[in-house]
Design a protein around this ligand. Structure first.
Ligand code: ZN
Length: 193
């Protein structure tokens, strides 16, 4: 296993539509292992293959006791209800976006890295993470879903994610900052997009 370089949004691969996987081979296994390691080291709660330079439909996501590696994920059901939340992204270091709308719950159909068909039901924060990562496979970033003025520099209060900070009222101040994205240590010049 090895840690891959996480690409930032100036790389065109972040804006490409990723291709479906049809071969479930050792190469894919190795990529998924690398993605787990890269995500945890970042640290983040989700990572999509385009973020490590592979234009294919693969993601890993982990939140609390849920951890999934999904190949060719597809949202097959989504709650009508949406919720606004704050998200960060490992590919947009130092910044977060407020008021990112996401479905409260989703059902995702996918294959696991061995090719077996699976279904994942997710709600709340985990559902947000999955929607954020699936967006990456279509070249979509959270900044596309909000107004430019809702993008700001991340602060200490912005714990959690690629997927974003925790829902309002459930801060986890003792937890290490994890970016659905990235630690806001070195914020880059604000407002770029
Ligand atoms: Zn992201």
């Amino acid at each position: 296993m090895s840690i891959r370089k996480i690409l930032t949004m100036d790389y065109p691969v972040l804006r490409a539509k990723a291709k479906k996987i049809s071969r479930f081979d050792p190469w894919l296994d190795r990529l998924v292992q690398d993605m787990w390691e890269t995500m945890r080291e970042a640290p983040g709660v989700g990572l999509a293959a385009p973020q490590v330079g592979e234009t294919i439909r693969v993601l890993v996501a982990e939140y609390e006791d849920q951890a999934v590696a999904l190949v060719n994920p597809e949202i097959v059901k989504a709650s009508e209800e949406e919720i606004l939340g704050t998200e960060g992204c490992l590919s947009i270091p130092g910044l977060v976006g407020d008021n990112v709308p996401r479905h409260v719950s989703v059902v995702v159909k996918a294959r696991d890295p061995k090719g077996k068909e699976i279904r994942v039901k997710a709600e709340g924060w985990f559902a947000r993470i999955l929607q954020h990562e699936i967006d990456h496979l279509d070249g979509v970033l959270y900044i596309d879903r909000i107004k430019p003025e809702d993008v700001r520099e991340a602060t200490e209060a912005d714990t959690e994610e690629e997927g974003g900070p925790p829902e309002p009222g459930t801060p986890e101040p003792t937890k290490k900052k994890r970016a659905l994205g990235k630690q806001p240590a070195q914020a880059s010049a604000g407002g770029e997009r």
